[in-house]
Design a binder for this molecule. Sequence first.
Ligand code: AMP
Length: 285
Amino acid sequence: MRTITTVSELRLALAEARNLESRIGLVPTMGYLHDGHMALVQASRRQCSTNVVSIFVNPTQFGPKEDLSIYPRDFPRDEELCRAAGVDILFAPQAEEVYPPQFNTFVEPGALARPLCGSFRAGHFRGVATVVSKLFNMVQPDVAFFGQKDFQQCAVVRQLAADLNFPIEIVTVPTVRDPDGLAMSSRNRYLSAAERARALSLSRGLFEAEADFRAGERDPVRLLLRARRPIENVDELQYLEIVDTQTLEPVANRVSRPAAICVAAYAGSTRLIDNVVLNPDSYAG
Ligand code: AMP
């Protein structure tokens, strides 16, 4: 595995790898890797011949009051995990490499970036769309892998790739959870034992609603009521919504097309998100 920190070196390394038969896979991350990230790496390894992981804590996707300065980092450990997982190139640029002082162009996503997290984190998806576009141009992968845990991010990135004609296949990898159900996240390390117990109510609520959905419930109001009961335990619920997977608009009457039940909440001062997809085609309704 090669660890690379500059775009010019990355381009050179990939020029060697790029040929007619090669398939280059990109897994963009902010580091502090866990099994959720590694599931993306494994998916890339299965589908691609050259596997690139990027580690970059992207400042433009953090708001002024968010956790950029304390975002967890452990580069030596991440490097070792990538090496052991068979990653070919670990791309870990410094902030100035990605955003030199004269940097002045952003990618502004449209309607998909407005609801859910977009309404609580102004500018977040603009930062995500910008850095993902830059990474797509730097790496020029054939396939890029994203986690379903960040459901809205997947929707924004798919739309971005289509709108800006990136010739890149976008693959969504299912959410990896701890054995108790908590969706893995680098931010989970902030949680005290008591906060972690409250954080668990997110997945519990989603799973209860999902069980009702499997049993035939299609009324979004009743599904949300069901999910909300355990989720009452969190410290601040930002949103709990059932949205259409394509448009991210709230489902008003009946879940008759694929939808996702999405939640964002605080446990202590840690913001957590989670979701479960409800697919009416998979279960008799
Ligand atoms: P992050 O480092 O949190 O920005 O995440 C990098 C990538 O890993 C994103 O595509 C995330 O959606 C994905 N990811 C993070 N946590 C999980 C998880 N628990 N399961 C699957 N993918 C995840």
